[in-house]
Design a protein around this ligand. Structure first.
Ligand SMILES: *Cc1c(COP(=O)(O)O)cnc(C)c1O
Length: 462
């Protein structure tokens, strides 16, 4: 399988090169030249497989340049790091099916992709006799998942900037108690936006980027999307077995369009998904797009589901490419239009096409808290605030005639403050994290100044 960019200036590159490139060199996003499909007979056979084997069968359709034994080994190691033997189990509560994506080492769904990406990076760097220095800024979830993805890996150092004192205590501890020698936590004296803009500026310095072989782990890497496609297969099979229904709907809390785009790929591959339900918090650009074709950026609102506080969805361009009939010139003019005006416009025909595949709605913080509370009262099951957004939107717009699968993107203990606001109780930490507050921490406090950050990286880069 070869890969090409949505913007049309990069094409014919291998899977391995697509993974190493991350963002396409022309500024676009990489996609496979075609989306492979499974027949009904093949799907039937896949339904019997355990998670890691299913992952191999799905992912290997997109990779022809990694030997099967190696890919199997990478996937087995990635999913052995999860604390549940089904990796992403489905539990049924009150007429919805909750797909628990938080059994990885940092209790959020980003582990599903970043455990695999960490192993894949290590494999490719070794093969190419190269090294990489990963740099990223985090408001919490991505940074911890990335650190756990590459801790202890050869030929990789990772530098994660977080705003000092402004990430949740559990997220801070998850990052700073990782004391492997290749992990560098930089607590920046500033806001998340300060940290993020420093990272952007560092990547913009091409000479510096080259000198240190800088790498990124943000959600535009194709390997991340690909790893997430697998659980749509897995969950659909579980729910088909449980309910006897053929088709399912998924409700996906999203900000970057990453997770839900993986669902779109699964649908195109043959998973019987009636509709994908897109759920947003008050940052609702994506749900406005689906419900009325209004894709216009607004100010970022800080919400109780902070991992979805996003206004410019980095993976949206991938879907747009298909909506525009795989026409790169239309993508280029749309992106230019968005850059100039902060909005995109769609024809009635296009909106109708979007609504054949997607439904959407958004919920605010008060509704999020109410959902956590009532769901807990009715079932005894605790939702994290991101998952609650998906559950509430899913219930509002679902098609009652088919089962609804809601993606649970984080463990409630990871966002304990919001949960406490909702039900007055602190959620219990899973056993692996009890006592985390007593572990040794390693971090470096630095001012929010690019020169000081760069000089720290100069001293500690591979
Ligand atoms: C990152 C994240 C999301 C949103 O994921 P997208 O890539 O924007 O779809 C949702 N919930 C949690 C807990 C997250 O960490």
């Amino acid at each position: 399988m070869k890969y090409r960019s949505t913007r049309g200036q990069v094409s014919g590159i291998s899977f391995k090169d697509a993974v190493m490139m991350g963002l396409a060199d022309d500024g676009g996003l990489l996609l496979p030249e075609r989306i492979p499909t499974f027949s009904n007979d093949e799907l039937h056979e896949l339904a019997a497989l355990p998670y890691a084997e299913l992952a191999f069968r799905v992912i290997s359709r997109f990779t022809d340049d990694i030997p099967a034994v190696d890919l199997k080994d990478l996937l087995n190691r990635s999913y052995a790091a999860f604390d549940h033997d089904q990796v992403t189990p489905v539990v049924s509560q009150d007429n919805v099916h909750i797909l628990e994506l938080f059994h990885g080492p940092t209790l959020a769904f980003k582990d599903v992709a970043l455990q695999f990406l960490g192993n894949l990076f290590e494999y490719l760097l070794k093969e190419r006799n190269q090294h990489m220095n990963i740099i990223g800024a985090t408001s919490g979830d991505t940074g911890s998942a990335a650190i756990y993805g590459v801790r202890g890996k050869q030929n990789i150092n990772i530098f994660i900037l977080h705003p000092k004192g402004r990430v949740s205590p559990i997220q801070e501890m998850q990052m700073t108690t990782v004391t492997d020698s290749n992990v560098f936590n930089l607590a920046v004296e500033g806001t998340f936006d300060d940290a993020q803009s420093i990272v952007k500026e560092i990547f913009g310095d091409l000479e510096y980027k080259e000198k240190h072989s800088l790498g990124a782990v943000n959600s535009i890497n194709w390997a991340r999307v690909l790893a997430q496609v697998v659980y749509y297969f897995y969950a659909c099979f579980q729910v088909q077995k449980e309910t006897g229904c053929e088709e399912v709907e998924f409700s996906v809390p999203t900000g970057n369009f990453g997770d839900i785009f993986a669902g779109y790929v699964a649908l195109r591959m043959g998973v019987p998904i009636r509709r994908l339900i897109l759920a947003t918090n008050a940052n609702n650009i994506l749900s406005r797009f689906v419900t009325r074709g209004d894709y216009s950026a607004a100010e970022v609102n800080h919400s109780l589901s902070p991992s979805m506080d996003i206004q410019v969805a980095s993976n949206f361009e991938r879907y747009l490419f298909y909506l525009y009939g795989e026409d790169s010139s239309r993508i280029n003019s749309a992106m230019e239009m968005f850059r100039q005006t902060g909005r995109l416009e769609f024809s009635a025909e296009e909106i109708a096409k979007v609504q054949q595949t997607f439904a959407a709605s958004s919920v605010d913080d008060a509704e999020t808290l109410k959902t956590i509370e009532t769901f807990y009262q009715q079932t005894g099951y605790l939702l994290d605030p991101h998952t609650a957004v998906g559950v509430e939107v899913g219930r509002r717009v679902r098609d009652e005639s088919c089962p609804l699968i809601c993606l649970a993107t984080a463990h409630p203990a990871k966002f304990g403050d919001a949960v406490k606001q909702a039900i007055g109780l602190d959620p219990e930490l899973p056993p692996a994290f009890q006592g985390i507050d007593k572990l040794e921490k390693r971090l470096q406090v630095l001012p929010a100044e690019i020169d000081q950050i760069k000089s720290y990286i100069d001293q500690h880069a591979l």
